[in-house]
Design a protein. Structure first.
Length: 279
């Protein structure tokens, strides 16, 4: 089934993580029927936990397009470049982590917002987005996937809405500089390391995206190092004054793996309908 997933050249969309369901199309999905069905997953423990997430944008179907879906393109953000690439590929849906209609957004459909919406509607694209539920998912989520790729054994969650994660290195220990090198290979970009490079790291705390504000709480959790996507001015001082290194690996980079795992259904390609039912 994996041959059904084709990675198109990222030069076309500006993102190295975009995927499309290829030419061997599964049976089309009826988007209206899917969203009319009762969602049994809400009864699971995960659904109960994510129901407490106070998100900043709607999760699930954000823009309705074609009634049947056979071809899906995925990416981190529903940018104009991704939408144009999806339209060029004759996709039926775009599945992303960062969708639209954020709470702080202006309601006016002008400028880049107009161009994005026009592109989606003109191409008949369904736009489906999962934000905090995808960060929090215990198997397919961004944080779970980071642990899997960096060889971290998860031990627990903490912080606001349990979005922070704690674990230990399966390799035993590395210096902060060595761990930064591992992150560079994993995230395919050079991370910014602040704090003592020679610090021996065994216990890691992490949270994908823009979670630098969790740094002090990570220190309280006993972290030898804290990893997130973005960095702010206070972050540097916290690292220097606590002696706990901070690793900024990029917002986009730390949130690629979840949407890829969701598209692959945890390693085995499934009909795109599973993505819609995941909420």
């Amino acid at each position: 089934m994996r041959e059904m997933l084709k990675q198109h050249p990222h030069e076309r969309c500006g993102s190295a993580d975009c995927h499309c369901l290829g030419e061997n199309k599964p049976e089309p999905l009826n988007i209206r029927k899917i969203h009319a069905e009762p969602n049994a997953r809400r009864k699971t423990e995960y659904a109960a936990r994510t129901g407490a997430l106070h998100d900043y944008a709607p999760n699930g179907l954000q823009v309705e397009g074609k009634g049947e879906i056979s071809h899906v393109v995925t990416g981190v953000t529903a940018s104009l470049a991704l939408l144009e690439a999806a339209a060029d590929l004759h996709a039926d849906a775009v599945l992303v982590h960062h969708g639209w209609f954020w709470k702080r957004d202006t309601p006016c459909i002008t400028g880049i917002r107009y161009k994005r919406i026009q592109t989606a509607l003109s191409a008949g694209l369904n736009l489906i987005a999962y934000h905090l539920p995808l960060d929090a998912h215990p198997e397919l989520g961004n944080n779970a996937q980071i642990a899997k790729r960096l060889g971290i054994i998860p031990e627990g969650q903490w912080g606001e809405m349990d979005l922070g994660w704690t674990g230990t290195l399966s390799a035993g220990s590395l210096t902060a500089k060595e761990f930064a090198g591992l992150c560079e290979k994993t995230f395919r970009r050079t991370p910014l390391l602040v704090g003592p490079e020679d610090k021996v790291v065994r216990r890691i705390c992490w949270c994908s995206g823009a979670a630098q504000g969790f740094f002090e709480e990570a220190v309280d959790q006993g972290a030898d190092l804290y990893l997130s996507g973005e960095i702010s001015e206070p972050t540097v001082h916290i690292a220097e004054e606590t002696g706990v290194p901070y690793l900024s690996c990029g917002h986009h980079a730390t949130e690629r793996f979840g949407i890829q795992a969701l598209a692959l259904g945890g390693g085995e390609l499934r009909a795109a309908g599973d993505a819609y039912r995941y909420r």
